[in-house]
Design a protein around this ligand. Structure first.
Ligand code: SF4
Length: 381
């Protein structure tokens, strides 16, 4: 543990209870004992959330994990899995005169020929927003066609859905949805033989929306345990302890280790809104695979807000571009499939760093390469 959080409440310094070092050490020892009981060379578990990777790296948690517990990051960065053709669509719209509003990390993500930042440097209009509603405000404040390039998993898609269901949206506002839906991607990863994932740590914030019950079907079909965990150090360590206990006992079930936020049903109002607005569609997750039902697209009844229906987005002019030799050496997809570490990439920290990112994993604050570059991946205490 690299730090212990404190906060001043009513003038008294109080330790944040989810960062208590003594409890962390106890959980770490419990994990070591469980791995000894299992007695194998390696126990592989995967988390599928960039926020988990951030917390794990930031608090140096890998340094207190047993050497035989292999905690790998899966496809949990929505920016990283936004496919090049989706970036290309946004770039073409920007080059053709639309004002693209999107989340900050998306601006520098490379497309086939260029990123939105490149397009902006050539005169296109690209604005960073922090919410879908801010994109709507942008449309109200100008006459340009404002296209909200909407990315993120279901946690973010619910916010986009809430905007779509508003009845007073300005006529110059539309949405280019690159939202992704996580459960189908977990299935793909579970089926990759080389990953040998024995259990999943699921993201607490997504489960706040979807409910932990969502994972029951996955567990039944793949026979792998899933533990929902929060984002404080003790949340993660306690989640790992429960996950490794289930692996030791050969139990495939869902456990909720984030009960202060997550229920079995989740936020049903948000779910209703999301599924009223979006349908699932198959499509590529960048560098990983074609994920059946892994994309969220606007339903037909919202075609008037769908940039793909409103505009003729012809990306062929970008596809003639030959990718750079560096891009061809990027192994982001392999990393997000749990088959490699950032340090396995020969470009890591050399030709590729946060200032000069080659792949999306080095752009996003939820990308494994950027996180490892910032904090280190396997710190020694
Ligand atoms: Fe791609 Fe850069 Fe990560 Fe290598 S270090 S996998 S080039 S993002």
């Amino acid at each position: 543990m690299t730090s212990v959080g404190t906060s001043k409440i009513s003038g008294q310094a109080k330790e944040l209870k989810f960062r208590d070092p003594a409890q962390a050490r106890a959980l770490s020892a419990r994990l070591a004992g469980l791995c000894d009981e299992i007695g194998r060379e390696s126990v592989q578990v995967m988390h599928v959330c960039g926020s988990h990777e951030q917390a794990i790296a930031r608090y140096g948690l890998r340094a207190v994990l047993p050497k035989t517990l292999d905690l790998i990051m899966g496809p949990g960065c929505p920016v990283c899995v936004t496919d090049m053709p989706e970036v290309d669509e946004a770039v073409v719209l920007a080059v053709d005169g639309a004002l693209i509003a999107t989340y900050g990390d998306m601006v520098r993500v490379p497309g086939t020929a260029k990123s939105l930042a490149d397009a902006a440097s050539e005169g296109a209009r690209v604005e960073v927003v922090y919410s879908a509603s801010q994109a709507v405000e942008l449309a109200r404040s100008c006459e340009a066609e404002v296209v909200f390039f909407a990315t993120g998993f279901e946690t973010t898609a619910v916010a986009t859905a809430a905007i779509v269901l508003q009845d007073d949206l300005p006529p110059n506002f539309s949405i280019l949805s690159a939202h992704k839906y996580v459960p189908p991607a977990m299935e793909i990863v579970a089926r990759i033989p080389e990953t040998r994932v024995e259990g999943f740590l699921a993201a607490g914030h997504a489960a706040t929306i979807t409910g932990w019950g969502l994972f029951e079907d996955f567990v039944d079909r793949y026979g792998l345990p899933v533990v929902v965990a929060g984002f404080e150090p003790l949340d993660i360590l306690a989640g790992l302890v429960r996950l490794v206990e289930l692996i030791r006992d050969g139990q495939a079930k869902v456990e909720n280790m984030y009960p202060r936020c997550v229920t079995r049903e989740g936020n049903t109002v948000a779910q209703d809104q999301m599924w009223r607005v979006f349908r699932t569609a198959s499509g590529m997750w960048r560098g990983i695979a074609d994920i059946p039902n892994g994309n969220l697209r606007l339903r037909e009844e919202f075609a008037h807000l769908d940039a793909r229906a409103r505009f003729d987005i012809d990306t062929r002019r970008l596809r003639a571009h030959v990718p750079s030799k560096l891009t061809e050496r990027c192994i982001c997809g392999t990393i997000m499939s749990g088959l490699a570490l950032p340090t396995d990439c020969e470009l890591f920290g050399k030709e590729c760093d946060p200032e000069n990112p080659v792949g999306a994993c080095m752009v996003s604050s939820e990308g494994t390469c950027k996180i490892w570059h910032q904090y280190g991946g396997h710190p020694e205490l």
